[in-house]
Design a protein around this ligand. Sequence first.
Ligand SMILES: C[S@@+](CC[C@H](N)C(=O)[O-])C[C@H]1O[C@@H](n2cnc3c(N)ncnc32)[C@H](O)[C@@H]1O
Length: 365
Amino acid sequence: MDENIEKLVTAAQNSLADSTFIKLVLSNYKGREHGLQKIIARVVETKHGPRLMFQSRFDTRDIVKNFAFEDGPAEIGQRLGSGFRNAHLFTAGGDLQLTIGKRNSRLVMGKASARKPASTSHDRQKKTLIDPNAFYLKALGIANDKGEIKPSQQDKWRQINKFVEILAGLIDASPIKEKQELRIVDMGSGKGYLTFAAYDHLANMRAAAAKRTVQMTGIEQRPELVDLCNEIAAAVGFEGLKFMQGQIADLDAAGIDILIALHACDTATDDALYKGITANASIIVAAPCCHKQVRRQAEAARNTRGHSKTRHNARTHRRDDNGRHPCAAARTRGLFHKGFRICADRTHAEKQYDNRRKAHNRKEF
Ligand SMILES: C[S@@+](CC[C@H](N)C(=O)[O-])C[C@H]1O[C@@H](n2cnc3c(N)ncnc32)[C@H](O)[C@@H]1O
């Protein structure tokens, strides 16, 4: 092995041993794995103890694999010998930067450029229900290595916190809080932000107090997202969490206790509600997405009647007297008629509608 690769591997090994390891980035890949761009290795807390997690970034997907501390450094050496030309090791004691050229390599040592994250485990004292330092948030790209939520992900962060808060409150107020095992399905789980956060909160942070286990499944049509989420779930040891590729409409939902769906596109929200109703789920929490089908139908009807484009656009989203979108009104009515108690949180669009109406009324007085 090249002497400088050996030095970097030893430095990684030592920093893992004395807990000063922050992260390792392998880049400038010239090897044979198609589409591979970089590997980021971080320490992650799992049920089986700390592990070194390698997240391999390809053009269109990520692959995640865990290594025991004894095996991780050898994997770093092997990766550097098979195509990566650059390595940047961040430790609390200082940084090492390795560049591998055609004939020789160069190793540069510098001051520590990154701060060590506060903790790799769950901090139960956080104000939010979700721990921003949870590893899956970093692996999914919501948080940076310091456990700070990225500015571009603040909306998603607020959404999933609010969703988990609502879900936890509904469980606490329901007879199913006494159940030994809760079966939850997240329909249209996407990259799994909500699925991971809800599972972590219910299964890890509260399950011991509630004396229950949680089985959660994310249903998603895109296989690359399903694979990524399953790898991260396995890597962090979330044993009751799995992701399945498929269409919501094809799912056998029998026996589920709770159905959740956050922004399942278009009519996928209706498919999800239908599954929740027919499975007799105790709790359904859904925040819908776009209403493409209704919009298309409304547009077609108005075009047939010869309305101008501007006018029909204004009417397509006409809301009821409560400012509720017609789809939301129809869905809540449908659930109500099936015997569900409705707790409707006003959507952002509905709140905007209220504000516009208030502003309009103020002008009239
Ligand atoms: C807007 S994303 C929301 C993802 C996630 N729930 C969140 O809020 O972060 C909607 C996801 O639902 C998936 N999806 C849409 N229709 C679906 C269907 N009929 N069956 C399964 N997945 C579906 C899409 O592929 C997409 O990943």
